[in-house]
Design a protein around this ligand. Structure first.
Ligand SMILES: NC(=O)c1ccc[n+]([C@@H]2O[C@H](COP(=O)([O-])OP(=O)(O)OC[C@H]3O[C@@H](n4cnc5c(N)ncnc54)[C@H](OP(=O)(O)O)[C@@H]3O)[C@@H](O)[C@H]2O)c1
Length: 233
């Protein structure tokens, strides 16, 4: 049986860990599970150890060019069918009109807005080896112009920016048939989403897995919820 391959960033906890588990459970995927510190990624390492060779754990800080290049080098020549840009940060705890942490805001742009394109550049050669390549980026409803939230200037603007980055990318990659889509994962019970969030990481990952693996060419450049429904821009 031939396996498809997915790269998942931020695979050590939260939605990324649940996505790794979901792709593995399908029995049809090899997962290149990336995280900043594999040595402390206990749950991910345990899953990888039980997976045979289906889950590989890779060191990757998506905001660092050297780290991204080193990762790309280790997978040189391998076919990648899906790049799943999941890693994300809030951008600090000071994000209100009169209390902004500008360094943390720049950090949010580095991880949430710029790193997804950095990843695409690094693994485009691998994606081109796939008969049906896809790029799925986890954004947020908070980056939508139609979302009425206040505050969260850093987080919301960094997600609005990645939405635009992915729209441009969809146009650039259309001639090659590489699908580029954005996903709001729901309000999810993770370290970022908090305990009051409405869905579990498993529910989010279940919906995202179905939506991402079923993406069609006509879905490129579009923004979806984890349920597969269209999200308003
Ligand atoms: N939870 C929600 O309700 C919600 C809602 C909308 C959108 N989202 C988005 O969903 C995605 C996953 O969020 P989550 O809730 O699972 O968050 P989380 O529990 O805080 O996990 C974030 C993940 O991103 C990784 N990460 C952060 N900076 C990184 C970097 N520079 N390089 C590599 N990995 C990095 C973290 O790794 P470390 O462990 O090393 O920090 C961690 O694995 C994010 O893009 C987030 O913005 C979440």
């Amino acid at each position: 049986m031939e396996f498809s391959t997915v790269i998942i960033t931020g695979a050590n906890r939260g939605i990324g860990l649940a996505l790794t588990r979901r792709f593995f459970q399908s029995g049809q995927w090899r997962i290149l599970a990336c995280c900043r510190d594999p040595d402390s990624a206990r749950e991910l390492q345990e899953m990888a150890n039980r997976s045979g060779d289906k889950i590989g754990v890779y060191r990757l800080d998506v905001s660092q060019q050297d780290s991204v290049e080193a990762f790309a080098k280790t997978i040189d020549g391998q076919r990648v069918d899906v790049l799943l840009n999941n890693a994300g940060i809030k951008g600090g705890n000071h994000q209100t009109l009169l209390d902004m942490d500008y360094d943390a805001w720049a950090g949010a742009f580095a991880v949430n807005s710029m790193a997804p394109l950095r990843m695409v550049q690094a693994v485009l050669k691998n994606l081109r080896l796939s008969p049906a390549p896809k790029i799925a980026t986890i954004t947020s409803q908070m980056g939508a112009m139609t979302w009425p939230g206040r505050g969260s200037y850093a987080y919301s603007s960094s997600k609005a920016a990645v939405n635009k980055v992915m729209r441009i990318l969809a146009l650039d990659l259309e001639p090659e048939g590489i699908i580029v889509s954005l996903f709001h994962p729901g309000w999810v019970q993770t370290d970022m989403g908090g305990k009051s969030a409405t869905i579990s990481p498993e529910e989010s990952a279940e919906g995202l897995f179905t939506a991402i693996t079923n993406l069609k060419k006509s879905d490129s450049g579009r923004f979806f919820k984890w349920t597969g429904e269209e999200h308003a821009w």
